[in-house]
Each structure stands twice: as C-alpha cells, then as structure tokens.
Design a binder for this molecule. Structure first.
Ligand code: GDP
Length: 416
C-alpha cells in the first residue's frame, strides 16, 4: 500500500490526450479501412428519351468525360448501353456502372419500351441469387451489378407526365429505387417549375407509384433528407462547359441573357442530387436495394422453386423436408412422364404395324392380281402356240402333198 506521501495529489495529475484508439472503440475504423481496401461499387440506371441529357448529367455528376457516340432516334426497339468505369477520389475507389436506355420513347409501340428495362433489372437480381445459391460463393470477387438507383429523366414539358413515364415507373417501382428528375430544367421558368413539380408528385401519388424516399430516421441527416424529399422531383441541369462568372470559372450554360450555374442551388437542384446520391444516401440506396427490392425478388423466385418456410399445417418445415418432398415429387413426375412416353411409343408401334400390315396386304393383292394376269397371258400364249404348231403341221402336210403332186406330174410328163 503506497503511503500517503507517495500518492500524487489529485490536482497534480497530468491529463494526456490519447494518441491512438484502444479497445472496441476501434471497430468503426476497422470497417472504414476494410471498405476503403475493397473499394465501392455503385450502379446507376438512367431512363429517359434520347437527347434528354442523360450522358451530360452523368459526366457532370462524376466530373468525367465518358466520351460516347450520340444515340440515334431511329432504333426499332429500346436497348441498354452498359459501361463500367473505375474512378478514384483521394484513396477511395469507386466501380461505377452506368446503364442508359437507347431509343427509349422513339417507338410507336410504347408498351414494349419498359420490357428491356424490367428484364435487365431482374437479370441482375437473378445473377446475384445464383451466386448466393452456389456451394462455393465468391462474394469477394463477385461484381454486384444490381441496380442501386434509377434516375428517371422527365421531359421539361411543364404539363404532365407522359403515359410512357407512368407505365415504366409503375413497372419498376417495386424493383429499384426511383429518383425522378426534371431534365434540362433551364428550359422552364421558375414559376412553371414549381407547378410542374407539384403536378408530377400528384400524378405519381394518384397512380400509386413509389419513388425513393430519403431516410429520416438518422438524426444527423434527418433534416437534410426531409427537405430533400420535399424537393422531389429534382430539377437538374447538366453541363461540362466552364463559363466565366465574375472572376470565377464555373460549370454552367451560357445564354444571351445570362449564365445558368449548374452548382448554384438557386438555379437548379443539381447540387442536391449530387449530395443526395454520393454524400448522404449512397449506402442507404444500396441497403434498400438489398433488403427491399432484392429480397422481394428472392422470395418470389424461391417460392417459384417450391421452397417455403411453413408446411400446409402451418408448422415450420425444414429445408431437408422440402428437399425430400421435391425429390419425391420429381421422381413421381419422371415416372409419370416415362409411363406416358412408353404408352405413346407402344401406340406409335401399333399404328406403324397396322400401316405395314395394310401395305403388305395391298402388295399381296397386287401380286395376286399380277399373277392372275400373267397366268391368263401364259394360257393365251400357249393356246396361240398350239394353234401355230397345228398351222405349221398343216403347212408341212400341204407342202409334202404339193411336192408329191409335183413329182408325180413330172414323171407323167417324161413318160409322155
Ligand atoms: P442523352 O441522349 O440523353 O444522353 O443526351 P445528351 O447528354 O447526349 O444531351 C443531348 C443534348 O442536350 C446535348 O446537346 C447537350 O448539350 C444538351 N443538354 C444536356 N443537358 C442539358 C441541360 O440540362 N439543359 C440544356 N438546355 N441542354 C442540355
């Protein structure tokens, strides 16, 4: 026990700041380091008419110039252009996949326009499900291509949504996080824009279309996200042009009457979109994709494969039991099919046998007929031959008689 003299008095204790983290306080740092090492993936689907500004907005968002050929308006069907880019900002690596519609809204038959989009989203879910169901899964190397967000570009008509917009959004709203955008918002006046935004939100609600809602349960971003939700659909402008405003160079669009600054929040909602997508809600978008949209697809597919959590008696059912039941069902189905196949085969053989017998009988009849004809011919010929023989004999007889008559006549002449 230290004596009183050795114990330092309270006021003399020196407080040193911690130079490093200790204990389980370090856990978040481990996660951050691991994530930075692995890199991030983010997959965006851009749906909108040709020339509505999809490529320009993606370039403006990521400050890149993914040089691409301009799409034509004359495709016979809607297609998708898929590009994956490896981007880096400081030590953070981002594998960005951008999927853009090609020829969307250019066809007369609008019904078929949404199908390639729905099929693509489902195909990515299916690929992930197949990876999950493998015995040897490789999540570490697996490129997760599920779409995390769909930027839906609405034409700045100032009137209302087109039927194609409503149709497509309705088809994909349970499969992907939809963020509706009013494209080329610089072509619409401020007053009209507010009315247009309200009109769009009304139409979406009337048609029960679910769009992405920024989460407000995390108090650090709740305020920002709830104000973001009020700004939907975001009115965006894209441009990679640098324009001089005062002494600064800014990204914007120069008009005879002034400059629209892309990153000026009083000019358009571009910054809001960028913050929402990249700074505050990228992780939430990915989480929603996995826990809500993919989960729904997974349930649907597993049910279709015959899996269930409870049996007909509402009791939990094990995977083994389902597997055995499915195996038995499959076995019985195989036997049924085999039996049907055998029966069909026997039936075919009987039918073939009957046709062969018919053909054989026909041949036999033909043969008999020919034989009869030939016998009659032979008889006829024999009769003719017999007649000929008789005629020959008659002829020889006549010739002999005439010869003897001739010799008799000659001898009579000589005598005379
Ligand atoms: P995409 O076919 O949808 O990818 O369209 P692009 O990005 O290729 O853009 C088509 C044209 O629209 C280009 O000439 C762009 O300069 C122009 N554009 C793109 N974004 C905007 C915008 O926000 N406002 C205006 N006024 N024009 C834009």
């Amino acid at each position: 026990i230290p004596n009183d003299e050795d114990t330092p008095k309270e006021e003399n204790i020196r407080c040193l700041p911690l130079l490093d983290h200790f204990g389980f306080e370090c856990l978040p740092h481990q996660l951050v380091n691991r994530s930075i090492q692995q890199g991030f993936t983010f997959n965006i689907l851009c749906v909108g008419e040709t020339g509505i500004g999809k490529s320009t907005l993606i370039d403006t968002l990521f400050n890149t110039n993914f040089k691409e050929q301009k799409s034509s308006h004359f495709y016979s069907h809607v297609g998708l252009k898929i590009h994956t880019y490896e981007l880096q900002e400081t030590n953070v690596q981002l594998k960005l996949t951008v999927v853009k519609t090609v020829g969307y809204g250019d066809q007369i038959n609008k019904e078929a326009s949404y199908k390639p989009i729905v099929d693509y989203i489902d195909a990515q879910f299916e690929a992930y499900l197949q990876e999950e169901l493998k015995i040897k899964r490789s999540y570490f190397n697996y490129h997760d291509s599920r779409i995390h967000v769909c930027l839906y570009f609405i034409s700045p008509t100032g009137h209302s949504l087109k039927s194609l917009d409503l149709l497509t959004m309705k088809k994909i709203d349970s499969k992907v996080n939809i963020v509706p955008l009013i494209a080329k918002a610089d072509t619409i006046s401020k007053n009209d824009l507010q009315k247009f935004k309200a009109k769009i939100m009304n139409e979406l609600a009337e048609n029960s279309i679910q769009i992405y809602q920024c989460p407000v349960d995390d108090e650090t971003i709740a305020q920002m996200n709830s104000s973001m939700n009020e700004h939907f659909p975001l009115a965006v402008v894209g441009s990679m042009e640098e324009v001089k405003v005062g002494k600064r160079m800014v990204r914007g669009r120069q008009y005879p009457w002034g400059v629209l600054q892309v990153e000026n929040e009083s000019h358009c909602d571009f910054v809001k979109l960028r913050d929402m997508l990249l700074c505050t809600n990228m992780e939430d978008l990915k989480e929603q994709t996995h826990t809500r949209h993919y989960e729904q697809y997974r349930c649907y597919r597993l049910r279709k494969m015959g899996f269930t959590d409870v049996g007909p008696d509402n009791q939990p059912i094990s995977f083994q039991e389902i597997y055995e039941a499915k195996r038995q069902e499959f076995h019985e189905q195989c036997q049924r099919e085999e039996e049907q196949l055998k029966q069909r085969f026997m039936q075919r053989i009987k039918e073939k046998e009957a046709t062969f017998k018919e053909a054989e009988k026909e041949l036999q009849d033909k043969f008999e007929h020919l034989k009869r004809v030939q016998q009659e011919e032979t008889l006829k010929l024999e009769e003719e031959r017999r007649k000929l023989d008789e005629e020959i004999i008659e002829f020889y007889k006549m010739r002999a008689a005439s010869e003897s008559l001739q010799t008799q006549t000659c001898s009579n002449v000589k005598k005379d």
